[in-house]
Design a protein around this ligand. Structure first.
Ligand SMILES: Nc1ncnc2c1ncn2[C@@H]1O[C@H](COP(=O)(O)OP(=O)(O)OP(=O)(O)O)[C@@H](O)[C@H]1O
Ligand SMILES: O=C([O-])CC(=O)C(=O)O
Ligand SMILES: [Ca+2]
Ligand SMILES: [Mn+2]
Length: 557
């Protein structure tokens, strides 16, 4: 490609006025025809494929009201929706996947015809835009199991987000990209028609495994795209390859010991996997294959609320040119992001390419099998110990339960700690019956002799309102103790009701902190029972699918 020098522009002049010399088109012949066949008006729309970061910045600033932060990151806003919309997510009922999908509250059915209507609505909308952005990249670092993903969107910010979150192709890979394995049509700026069959709001996020497509209407929250691809992997990896997809972060120590950190949103996957003494494989979505562990993504999507340069330096320093801050407010005079402000949402985020983390392991995969699996839970009841060791049946019980608690303030209408049981630590993303993932996990952990730990990053010394959140510095020490092998050698005592094995000492952590018991012992036991009741109720729906030992590994009283 010959270089073209652009002379200074006059006010209002477009730098890419001549589309034939647009360096980022990169689509010719068959590749271009693919867009016409999909319904795009190629005479009219200005298609920018894998555009350079700088161009996406310019467009986001010009057309979307984005601004540049003092660090060089791009600050964007997602509009009305500032989090995912699980109630508006649907899976198309069709013959190729219908027998594998776990239909119900998590995977809501959509018929094929309605998908066609929404797909056409999305493409019609995109055809009305002057600029349409395409990002072609990969999901999955292991070349054996990766898929080619195409994102088509009307917002430069969405293209940059997926540039950061997918695996970026080399020039050669882009030239030879060919037909994608999966395509996202993101028309999130445009609403779904509420009178279309099955629509309950103006938001619709829908996945069609037969067409290998996803359509987004009525939400501009960028996380929908990332978690949409995760859902695709939760189907493809087990069904096509026999691999286990995981809502977890992963890192590797200097001796090649791999840890997986499972946990629901906000429990600490990103925070705890960023560890200066270990190489980061990834912060949110992985696959445990026959040959090891690989990251699905090319980037991280970190929570920004209360972000502190001293407590989380790796994440703080990753926020620079190329990173996207989402729904973070800023000081108008200095362009400094205000991480304390939750005025727009608690769920402020930053998306950055994983290579912005100093000790990222690139390529983001390992041929070592996990030595430690850590379940993260943020317990607002103040019942669970900061760390405990689970036996193999408890490991399955806690995985299927997927417990954490939401705390007041995070969501509207949450007045007291609200337990959430999100199976496989990620119910909104799973496609198959949870017992299929649980069985694969158990089989792998047993085969590898993997140890399973439960870490409570939530309240200790009392429930929410009385106790305090376990200080991050102590949780980090606990994680260090797991990695050094020190914790496995500790003496353990059993907790009441939940029967968890609690170590008596962890280097750098005050011993009294390790035992969750409150001064008021009666109140502590009552609180244990309250939570245990919730566990038992939540587990009812899985009980018939698991071995009696797994059911028996739950709380007893
Ligand atoms: N003891 C602790 N351990 C871990 N995180 C803590 C602790 N105390 C407070 N935090 C805070 O909790 C939050 C954990 O969020 P994190 O981004 O790691 O969640 P996540 O599991 O990656 O969620 P998601 O899947 O939504 O990305 C951070 O804001 C972190 O600063
Ligand atoms: O998907 C999102 O919006 C953020 C995330 O990682 C999660 O909720 O697990
Ligand atoms: Ca995260
Ligand atoms: Mn996540």
């Amino acid at each position: 490609m010959p270089h073209r020098t652009v002379t200074p522009l006059r006010h209002g002049e477009e730098p890419t006025a001549d589309p034939s010399s647009e360096p980022t088109y990169g689509l010719l012949g068959k590749d271009l025809a693919m867009f016409s066949e999909a319904g795009f008006d190629m005479q009219k729309i200005h298609l920018k494929r894998n555009a350079p970061i700088a161009q996406l910045y310019e467009d986001a600033i010009k057309y979307e009201g984005a601004v540049i932060a003092d660090s060089g990151a791009l600050i964007n806003f997602s509009g009305k929706k500032t989090g995912r919309s699980p109630k508006d997510k649907r899976i198309v009922y069709e013959e190729t996947s219908k027998d594998d999908v776990w239909w119900g509250a998590v995977n809501i059915q959509m018929d094929e015809h309605t998908f066609e209507i929404n797909r056409e609505r999305a493409i019609d909308y995109l055809n009305t835009r002057d600029n349409v952005y395409v990002f072609d990249g990969f999901a999955g670092w292991d070349p054996k199991y990766r898929i080619k993903v195409r994102v088509v969107t009307s917002r430069a910010y969405h293209a940059l987000f997926m540039h950061n979150m997918l695996i970026r192709p080399t020039k050669k890979e882009l030239d030879e990209f060919g037909t994608p394995d999966f395509t996202i049509y993101n028309a999130g700026q445009f609403p779904a028609n509420r009178f279309t069959a099955g629509m309950t709001s103006q938001t619709s996020v829908e996945v069609n495994f037969k067409r290998h497509e996803m359509v987004i209407l009525g939400t501009e929250y960028a996380g929908e795209m990332k978690k949409g691809i995760f859902s695709v992997m939760h189907y493809l990896q087990p069904v096509k390859f026999g691999n286990l997809s995981l809502h977890s972060s992963a890192n590797e120590g200097p001796d090649g010991d791999v840890s997986l950190f499972f946990g629901l949103s906000g429990t600490g996957k990103t925070t705890l996997s960023a560890d200066p003494s270990r190489a980061l494989i990834g912060d949110d979505e992985h696959v445990w294959s026959d040959s090891g562990v690989f990251n699905i993504e090319g980037g991280c999507y970190a929570k920004c609320v209360g972000l502190d340069a001293e407590k989380e330096p790796d994440i703080y320093n990753a926020i620079r040119f190329g990173s996207i801050l989402e729904n973070v407010t800023y000081d108008y005079a200095t362009r400094e992001p205000n991480y304390e402000d939750t005025g727009i949402t608690e769920n402020t985020r930053c998306a950055y390419p994983i290579n912005f983390i100093n000790n990222a392991k690139i390529p983001c995969m390992t041929d070592h099998q996990p030595k430690n699996v850590i379940y993260l839970t943020c317990d607002a009841f103040g019942v669970l110990p900061p760390v405990s060791l689970l036996d193999e049946h408890q490991a399955q019980f806690w995985f299927l339960s997927g417990y954490t608690s939401k705390t007041p303030g995070t969501e509207d209408g949450i007045a007291e700690p609200t337990p959430t049981f999100s199976t496989c630590f990620g119910a909104p993303f799973i496609i198959l019956h949870p017992s299929r993932y649980a069985a694969m996990l158990a089989q792998r952990m047993t085969a590898q002799g993997t140890k399973c730990w439960l870490i409570n990053t939530g309240w200790i010394g009392g429930a929410f309102g009385k106790g305090k959140r376990c200080p991050l510095k102590y949780t980090r020490k606990i994680v260090d103790g797991i990695h050094s092998g020190q914790l496995a050698k500790a003496n353990f005592s059993k907790s009441p009701i939940f029967n968890l094995s609690i170590p008596d000492a962890v280097e750098g952590v005050p011993s009294e902190l390790l035992n969750p018991e409150w001064e008021d012992k009666e109140a502590f036991v009552a609180q244990n029972k309250k939570l245990a009741d919730m566990f038992s109720k939540a587990f009812e729906r899985y009980a018939s699918e698991c071995a009696p030992e797994v059911v028996a590994a739950g709380p007893k009283y």
